[in-house]
Design a protein around this ligand. Sequence first.
Ligand code: CA
Length: 235
Amino acid sequence: MSGPMILLVEDEAPARHTLADYLGHRGYEVREADTAHEAMRQWDAHRADLVLLDLGLPDLDGVDVIRRIRREATTPIIILSARGDERDKIAGLEAGADDYLTKPFATEELNARIRAVLRRAGGPDADARGCLRLGPIELDTVRREVHVSGEPVRLTPREYELLKVMLSSQGRVLTKARLLRAVWGLAYADESTYLHVYVNRLRRKLSAAAPGAVLEGLIETEPGIGYRIADAEAL
Ligand code: CA
């Protein structure tokens, strides 16, 4: 019985073969594609559970593949990108990718990210009572209250909205523009100074409420890109 199906899109054959072997040994069923067109053909035929996508493909831009998949499904997508391609990574994340890895990466790191996005695919939506949870944090979307280890934490309305977006995106990378649009609105998409200030304030308030290292790593800065939100297993 094989595990989740991964569509592996990578035009460099040696890298693709190495990854396919590794993933096969980890119990995943792997489908391979070396062009964007082949990726879309495989996607149409098999609807993989997760897509690993190199953005630099010989025929089309990998971002087009992301847009195409996102029109139809919320299937997790992890970008495999070259160092220094910050614009590409941001474009991919904005188009709907969940995470990215910069080449060369350790296979253990890849496996950890795969497991994180597959866990998220089950969804950390608000529960029946309207609560979002992550580790000791509980955010009540009905009462608009936040508790850490059972103790109330006072947040401003913006801080609350920021935390709500983050708790809805556990195990994902969020670009700065995306967070700014979600919390402040379209006109603020370039105001990353706001975001920096609010993220740090939120980190401080949450850590003060849960002394010790429990919340360390909750919101990781991804330089030049945005923020990575931990999930319960990573916390
Ligand atoms: Ca490539």
